[in-house]
Design a protein around this ligand. Structure first.
Ligand SMILES: Nc1ncnc2c1ncn2[C@@H]1O[C@H](COP(=O)(O)OP(=O)(O)O)[C@@H](O)[C@H]1O
Ligand SMILES: [Mg+2]
Length: 357
């Protein structure tokens, strides 16, 4: 079938940013372009789709995307576009697909928008009594009252990903430190910040795929912190993701399958499946989970557009979990397409895709 791969390439994001930036505006933060797909990833996904027998067209999620999608009218859009700015940036391509009546992989605009906003996600999880760290939100130009914070606490921009704005200084241990970092993050990221109780237990990330009653949890990945430099808080910070983990000296931070006893494994899997269903996630997702002091698993966040770096050397959790379950990169993409085809009723392609796996 004909598949359009929609993406936000790093180059595309830089160009879009340049075109949009007004002269008087400050330049981008150092981590501004942490998101976005490398050409390696884009080519690897296109190659995987082609080797599964599909015709593939690549579409950058820029201003021309709607015209291209409507001219191409693919049978399915494989969406991995993260977009550039605003809380709804991940919803852009799904919204165009809805408007054009095209089928697409992954969650709808609403779920993508909510999951990018950590406060909204936690409000919904809280409504259903799904454990997640206590939190408070602070807004630009409003008084900062830290009376109710529980320390240590972590200060995060409300709607970012890829650990943007989450560095070693983000963990604060007293009201004065909290005020300082909250002010700093509000100014740098120009959006509300969320301050959460810092959970010190083990951390896991859980890859899931499927829909309805047919959701499968892939082998759980544990994030181990023992290789982080001395003095670093035990967390998967911006530094750990992008600075301390270099190809010449990769951090051995992921352990998959995680070594955990079966009851904890079951609890984590149940928790992840509940969050997936409550947030209305479709097809696939990667969910961050951390244990609190009582060893109760808590949801940190949901990533309904998980990163899928092709190189096993790169620390990319969804492909790592899929690999541990026995899927090659191509098989992982093939299974995602099959899941989306099954959900959207493109039945003739489900069997054809599965046959090739
Ligand atoms: N409440 C918390 N307690 C402990 N660690 C946290 C908490 N929130 C975030 N972290 C750490 O920061 C990392 C990034 O935070 P996360 O909320 O997942 O943001 P991102 O969307 O950037 O991945 C997590 O993987 C975890 O290591
Ligand atoms: Mg995360």
């Amino acid at each position: 079938m004909k598949i359009a791969l929609t993406f936000s390439s790093k180059e595309g994001l830089v160009e879009e940013y340049r075109n949009r930036r007004k002269k008087h505006e400050a330049g981008p933060t150092d981590d501004f372009f942490a998101e976005g797909d490398s050409m390696d990833t884009i080519h690897a996904v296109m190659q995987a789709l082609r080797s599964l027998g599909h015709r593939v067209v690549g579409i950058e999620a820029d201003e021309g995307a709607m015209l291209k999608l409507s001219a191409e009218r693919p049978d399915l859009v494989m969406n991995m576009a993260e977009g550039l700015t605003g809380d709804c940036r991940e919803s852009y391509i799904p919204m165009l697909c809805e408007r054009l009546g095209l089928r697409y992989t992954g969650s709808d605009p609403l779920t993508l928008g909510i999951c990018l906003n950590k406060m909204r996600t936690k409000e919904i999880l809280g409504f259903y009594h799904v454990p997640n760290p206590p939190f408070q939100v602070f807004y630009p130009n409003e008084p900062v009252n830290t009376d109710h914070l529980i320390f240590p606490a972590i200060v995060k921009p409300i709607a970012e990903g890829s650990s943007k704005g989450i560095d070693n200084r983000s963990v604060v241990t007293d009201p004065a430190g909290a005020k300082l970092i909250i002010a700093e993050k509000l100014k740098t990221y120009e959006q509300p910040v969320i301050v959460e109780t810092f959970l010190t237990g083990r951390e896991f990330t859980v890859a899931l795929w499927g829909n309805g009653t047919d959701v499968t949890v892939l082998p759980i990945v544990e994030i181990g912190f023992h290789e982080l430099p001395e003095g670093a808080w035990p967390m998967y910070s911006y530094e750990a993701k992008w600075i301390w983990d270099v190809p010449e000296k990769p951090l051995q931070i992921f352990h998959c399958p995680a070594e955990i006893e079966s009851s904890l494994k079951e609890n984590i899997e149940e928790l992840a499946k509940r969050a997936y269903s409550i947030l209305g996630v479709r097809d696939w997702c990667r969910i961050d989970v951390r244990l609190d002091q009582e060893n109760v698993p808590n949801i940190l966040e949901l990533n309904p557009l998980p990163g899928i770096l092709p190189n096993p050397e790169d620390n990319s959790c969804f492909p790592k979990a899929a690999r541990t379950a026995g899927y090659t990169y191509t098989e992982m993409i093939g299974n995602l397409i099959a899941i989306a085809c099954r959900r959207t009723g493109i039945t003739e392609f489900v069997n054809a895709t599965l046959d090739r796996l």
